[in-house]
Design a protein around this ligand. Structure first.
Ligand SMILES: Cc1ncc(COP(=O)(O)O)c(C=O)c1O
Length: 387
């Protein structure tokens, strides 16, 4: 074996030794793990709409959006989406990862400070890394810590030669919690930093008509002052794609410098047409949004009453904390055997092993109860096995 393959083999052995080996597996069982929060990925009217338009588009977009891959439906979707979230302009890209990665690489540089919540998504952290900016982690949701880092930067760079950028998710996908946006907006006014907010997991679920957590927590004026907002079509839209909402000048800049936008094939042409339809559908789903919150409250209450430890979640993402990777893997395996699709999330994705239970509006209270009784049964089995 060559040196390269020996290294790979060693790495894999080390991953396996730490119970961190990952495999791709086709899903089975009731969905307690996807990000299809509104059930649109298999929604009946979406499916009918898809059948009605599927002959109008080629399979692939055949080139980047700057060459031959741009379609009217992409421009129409962007303008409709920007309007929906009160933004000046939007840019549709292949997915949310590319949106964060490309955006941060485009707006940050080695002479910038980027302040990031310690638990921000990999696409954000990688975008900062590739930009070469000075990365400053603040403790998860700790805006007091952020303030102290901003003060420190002011002391280090009193002439403000370096640009300051702050980036956060609006709903943390592995913990289910959110920052205090009123306080963050106050800090923005005080320190004048560029603000990037990723609404990936909140779009479609929170705020009026599913516009996101910002619309629930702060004023329209504050929202308009946010420099960049990132969204994905891969979660509650049930599709695939990423969207950056910003000023028209911000969009023009990205179109000219954002490498994964310029040097990659455009999203599938049909996606933007489906996204236009999905947007109208999502706006009308108030009763599903309510159902989802009722289910989430019920599950949290039940898990706590049975003594399970969950994160400090305020959402439909309810991570159940377990003692070790082995325990998390055992619970996930047993739940899957019982027909419940729950997945274990382990380091390095998260700091400590957990079951990431994510609910969707298609679930019933009966299925929530079944999940809880199965968890109780697995805990009893596991105690018996270890005694
Ligand atoms: C906060 C956050 N942003 C962006 C992404 C990436 O989005 P996409 O799945 O569309 O690539 C994810 C993916 O899980 C995410 O959790």
């Amino acid at each position: 074996m060559s040196r390269h393959w020996e290294e790979i083999q060693k790495k894999l052995e080390s991953i396996k030794g730490k119970q961190l080996f990952r495999e791709t597996k086709t899903y089975q069982g009731i969905d307690f793990c996807s990000n299809d929060y509104m059930g649109l990925a298999s929604n009946k009217s979406m499916l009918e709409y898809y059948h009605s338009i599927k002959d109008l588009y080629p399979f692939g977009s055949t080139a980047s959006r700057l060459v031959r891959g741009n379609y009217d439906s992409m421009d129409q979707f962007e303008s409709k989406f920007a309007n929906f979230v009160e933004g000046e302009a939007a840019l549709l890209v292949s997915n949310g990862f590319v949106a964060n990665f490309g955006l941060l690489d485009s707006i940050a540089a080695p002479d910038c400070y980027v302040f990031t919540d310690r638990l921000n998504h990999a696409s954000i952290l990688d975008g900062i890394r590739i930009s070469g900016a000075k990365k400053k982690y603040y403790n998860h949701l700790d805006l007091q810590h952020l303030k102290s880092l901003l003060e420190k930067a002011n002391a280090e760079d009193s002439s403000q030669k370096c640009k300051r950028i702050v980036v956060t998710e609006s709903l943390f996908s592995m913990d289910g919690d959110s920052p205090d946006f009123s306080k963050l907006m106050e800090l923005k006014k005080e320190y004048g930093f560029v603000l990037v907010v990723d609404e990936a997991h909140a779009l479609g679920v929170y705020g009026k008509e599913g516009k996101g957590i910002l619309f629930r927590d702060v004023s329209i004026e504050d929202i308009r002052s946010i420099d960049y907002r990132v969204y994905t079509l891969g979660k509650s839209f049930g599709l695939e794609g990423g969207i950056i909402v910003t000023k028209q000048m911000g969009r023009d800049h990205l179109v000219n410098v954002m490498r994964p936008f310029i040097f990659s094939t455009a999203p599938l042409p049909i996606i933007s047409q489906l996204a236009i339809f999905a947007l109208d559908l999502l706006r009308s789903m108030d009763s599903e949004r309510k159902t989802l919150q009722v289910l989430a409250e019920e599950l949290k209450k039940s898990l706590c009453s049975f003594g399970f430890a969950i994160t400090n979640t305020a959402s439909h993402i309810i991570p159940l904390l377990l003692g070790s990777e082995t325990e998390a893997m055992y619970y996930a395996k047993r739940l899957q055997e019982m027909g419940l699709d729950v997945r274990a999330i382990r380091p390095p994705t998260v700091p400590s092993a957990r079951l990431r239970i994510s609910l969707n509006a298609k679930l019933s209270i009966h299925e929530i109860n079944r999940l809880v009784s199965s968890l109780v049964q697995i805990r009893e089995e596991s105690i018996a096995l270890n005694s």
